[in-house]
Structure formats: structure tokens, C-alpha cells
Ligand binder design. Structure first.
Ligand code: FES
Ligand SMILES: [Fe+2]
Length: 294
């Protein structure tokens, strides 16, 4: 069952790899193997984000074991075939020994990747045809764009590994019914228990959980509400991506099965802070309100 889920859910759709801060400059890169697929992501010399299988085209060695950094080329550690930021094979030692080869056909396997809303996304499979990122995100685009995530900075990044069925993690972030059972001393007090609203952004879902302060708004006209101060808003982007907007920061966390064992999952999160948002926590002016398209 998990193998079918991996094949269907975790190979065919875009997954948030990192915040754009992870590729800060031209000729920067990072690697990711959390989905069971070794992926190399680069920002090429034109500033475009590219993703490849982190696998040498010659004998299949792992191309780079670096986690992140700057590089104009990647030399395979085995026989030193060298590739550029666009995945092209640039050179190979003793090339004459290979006869009349077509170097253009021996580049890295490219994966669909794109940068939107300050986030870097990739699909961990090459053989699923074209991917139209804008059409894919369109139902949630207004909500994601309104957060200005490209202006945020990563405050902290971490991974959690838990022996559990990944469905439980996914579902737990879709409801607040459990807050006063499982989070008696934290979320139970911080939010109105078992009060949620959902907006269908098929195939994505926008979920919103009110803070107790929401009751202060009952005599305020709705058009004057400052939404963010009174709600936690997890945005679920199918099949496993979450962008959870808190009152003054944002969590980004894809939830993934770590491996092929049935009861494991990994949640990698990063918390984003935004100077603009921090300054705006107490602001009530129309400019703040105009950014509130939660
Ligand atoms: S496996 Fe990479 S150069 Fe041979
Ligand atoms: Fe929870």
C-alpha cells in the first residue's frame, strides 16, 4: 500500500523543497534525498531554478554529496565526468576512448522544478510529462502570494522523524478537534477549541482556526477585520505540503514517508520570520488590511 502511495502521491506532484533563501545566489545548489530520490537543485547563471537526479549519467554514482553551497560545475567522484548548472555534460576524462559520443544526450536527468511565492518546488520524477506549475497552484495562488514569503527569512529549520503512519500527521494538521485532548496546555488555550473553517481550493485546502480574540470582533464590521491577528491558517497544498500562517511567522512543512516501512514519516519544517509582518502585528492601517487575503 505504501509503495503505491509513494508512486502516486510522492512522485507525481510538486513538493516544497526549501525556502528560496536556500539558493541565495547564482551558481548555488542544495541536495535533497528525503523522498527516497536523490535530487540536486541548482540556481543557474540566469537565476533559474533547476532540479536533476543527483546521479551521474556514466555509471550511476551519486554526483555530489554536498548538502548545499556554491558550484559552477559538479564533478562525479568516480571517473570525474563533469556537469554544469543546467545538467549538461561538459567534460569527461579520456573522451577519445568513448568514440563518437553525443555529449548532449548524456546530461543529468532533469526533474520539473520551479520557484513560486518564495519557495522552491520540485517533482521527484521525470517521466510524468510536462508540469504546469501555475495551473497546479492556481486555486491557492492568491493566498500564497499575499503572504510575501519571498521577503521572509528562515528563522530555524529542523526535521522530525516519527514512527507513525504518515496519514496521522497529515490529518492532524487538518482539524482542531484534537486540540483540547492532545494539546491541553498549549493549543487548547491558544485557540478556540474545535472551531475551524475550511475553504475548498481543490485539490488544495485552506483551513483556518480562530484565536479566542476573535470574539472581540463581534461588533466590528467584517470589512474591518484584521484576519491574521485572529487566526492560524494552515494552507494544505496537495499532496503533502503545508504553509501554516501564524499571527507573526509562518511554518513550512512537507510531510513525507521516510522510507518504505509502513509506519514512518518525516516532517521537515522551517519557521519563517518576516520583518514586515513583525512590524505589522499591531498595525491596524489599511495597508496591512490590504495584504490580508488569507
Ligand atoms: S560514475 Fe560518474 S564519472 Fe563514472
Ligand atoms: Fe496537533
Amino acid at each position: 500500500m505504501l509503495a503505491r502511495e509513494v508512486e502516486t502521491l510522492f512522485r507525481k506532484f510538486p513538493i516544497i523543497m526549501e525556502h528560496a533563501e536556500q539558493l541565495p545566489e547564482l551558481a548555488s545548489y542544495f541536495t535533497n534525498g528525503e523522498l527516497g530520490v536523490p535530487i540536486l537543485i541548482t540556481r543557474n547563471n540566469d537565476g533559474v531554478v533547476k532540479a536533476f537526479m543527483n546521479v551521474c549519467c556514466h555509471r550511476g554514482a551519486r554526483l555530489t554529496s554536498g548538502e548545499c553551497g556554491k558550484a559552477k560545475t559538479f564533478a562525479c567522484p568516480y571517473h570525474k565526468w563533469t556537469y554544469d548548472l543546467n545538467g549538461n555534460l561538459r567534460g569527461l576524462p579520456h573522451a577519445s576512448g568513448f568514440g563518437d559520443i553525443d555529449k548532449k544526450a548524456l546530461g543529468l536527468v532533469e526533474l520539473p522544478a520551479f520557484e513560486r511565492f518564495g519557495l522552491i518546488w520540485a517533482r521527484p520524477s521525470a517521466g510524468e510529462g510536462e508540469l504546469d506549475p501555475d495551473a497546479w497552484i492556481a486555486p491557492m495562488a492568491e493566498q500564497l502570494a499575499s503572504r510575501g514569503l519571498e521577503n521572509h527569512v528562515v528563522f530555524r529549520a529542523w526535521s522530525l522523524d516519527r514512527k507513525m503512519n504518515w496519514h496521522l500527521a497529515l490529518e492532524g494538521f487538518q482539524e482542531s478537534y484534537h486540540f483540547c485532548g492532545a494539546h491541553e496546555h498549549t493549543a487548547c488555550a491558544a485557540y478556540l477549541g474545535n472551531q475551524s473553517s475550511w475553504i475548498d481550493k481543490c485539490p488544495h485546502v485552506r483551513h483556518s482556526v480562530p484565536l479566542p480574540s476573535i470574539v472581540d470582533l463581534k461588533d466590528t464590521p467584517q470589512e474591518e477585520w484584521q484576519h491574521r491577528q485572529h487566526f492560524m491558517t494552515p494552507k494544505y497544498i496537495f499532496p503533502l505540503n503545508y504553509v501554516r500562517v501564524m499571527t507573526d511567522y509562518v511554518y513550512i512543512y512537507p510531510i513525507k514517508p521516510r522510507d518504505q516501512t509502513p509506519a514512518s514519516r518525516s516532517e521537515k519544517a522551517c519557521r519563517l520570520n518576516d520583518d514586515q509582518i513583525s512590524r505589522c502585528v499591531d498595525c491596524t492601517g489599511p495597508s496591512y488590511a490590504s495584504t490580508e487575503k488569507m
